[in-house]
Design a protein around this ligand. Sequence first.
Ligand code: NAP
Ligand code: ZN
Length: 349
Amino acid sequence: MTVLAYGTPAADAPLSQMEITRRAPGPHDVQIDILFCGICHSDLHQARSEWAGTLYPCVPGHEIVGRVAAVGVHVGSHKVGDLVGVGCMVDSCQHCADCDEGLENYCDGMVGTYNGPTQDAPGHTLGGYSQQVVVHERYVLKVSHPEEQLAAVAPLLCAGITTYSPLRHWQAGPGKKVGVVGIGGLGHMGLKLAHAMGAHVVAFTTSESKRADALALGADEVVVSRNPEEMAAHAKSFDFILNTVAAPHDLDPFLGLLKRDGTMTLVGAPASPHPSPNVFGFITKRRSLAGSMIGGIPETQEMLDFCAEHGITSDIEMIRAEQIETAYERMLKGDVKYRFVMDIATMGQ
Ligand code: NAP
Ligand code: ZN
């Protein structure tokens, strides 16, 4: 079936409307009419080939929510009319140790929602800036938030799970002091989730203007990271720091804020490397630097259910499809509060 999408034919070309084809649903497939798609900084990195290896045409978008339009004959978990979500992956090998543990995100055969290998035309996956998507049922999540919150649920499918998973893995909760660095799409979800988990939460921002917002989003304290005195007041005090920054920066000032055995986990994926951290920042306090990538399917469902139970959604600004380039430029300036979401109904209007 042919549907409308927003994508780009080249790294230096703006996104524009195009037609793409979606496969007819197979026995295990769910066909979804997409209603909203969040705009992740990864979409911009991919569309502009900042990570190299982008296949064109590129249709980004991996924060998808919509309604089930059809299901294959063997689909048992979803039915026509259900509200569902699709995040950053649409397939994996389904038989390795990672898949068996529900950690499909770490499977070597994981297929991204865009730019992943597929039999479907044009030979790589095309993402959620489109009217419809067809996905194997295993990678389709159930949405139980009220329908009127659907647009604000979309960003949970990437920004939500990418912050929820490391917060859980490194046991954010009561009695723990947790930092969140970079208050953008991921970071603002990190504040909400760490707060809901019961941790003492400190927001680190380069933007003085986000100070009040960060408190409202769930931070107990806010530090403007460009201010050395504010940073020094938190020396050697954190159990865990989640770093979401989308650009290379000096990690040493943040490592110095970890207490003995503390960990800083990087989820931001800048186009070029951070300057190498100083070894003494690690050995003097047995500190760790780690990384984390999205989350597995069972944990993504757990996160969605946790958010529905706690009334958590993303703070969003809705855009029409043709405003995508302006949204990217604003995202690069840190000028988004706190996630753009594309209203797919505006496509083709
Ligand atoms: P975003 O909305 O643009 O937020 C990034 C934030 O980082 C900005 O709002 C800004 O916050 C801070 N920042 C940006 N440039 C900075 C600089 N030069 N120095 C210091 N701080 C800076 O991006 P996002 O969608 O949250 O994504 C963040 C990163 O995570 C991207 O690289 C994305 O590709 C990556 N990502 C990774 C995963 C994963 O699985 N690991 C999943 C999704 C996204 P302040 O204004 O508060 O300083
Ligand atoms: Zn993302």
